[in-house]
Write a protein that binds this ligand. Structure first.
Ligand code: ZN
Length: 95
């Protein structure tokens, strides 16, 4: 289990597809709008977050480290967790 938590300590990235123009964007924080066509996006878990204590709209956009795969809309966004180089040395190819 230690190995898994180490793997997740890397810099997570969000890969998001724009549902208007189809461009893919890789960021560390959720995008408020598409840099290509300017289509605005809602933050993850928007309808849960708006019932939480009042926050500014911009504060609803989470950092990739705060997001779980299950928070994202399948087919539109994915969480990318890079593999830790030092851990990959522990893996050996099966013979
Ligand atoms: Zn777009």
């Amino acid at each position: 289990m230690t190995k898994i938590s180490n793997l997740q300590s890397g810099k997570n990235k969000l890969i998001r597809l724009c549902h208007r123009c189809g461009k893919c964007h890789e960021t560390e924080v959720e995008l408020e709008r598409c840099p290509h066509c300017q289509k605005s996006f809602l933050p993850s878990l928007y309808f849960q977050k708006i019932h939480d204590e009042h926050q500014k709209y911009q504060e609803l956009f989470s950092h990739a480290q705060e997001i779980q795969e299950s928070d994202l809309i399948k087919g539109v966004a994915v969480l990318w967790t890079p593999c830790d180089e030092s851990l990959s040395k522990n893996f050996t190819d099966p013979e």
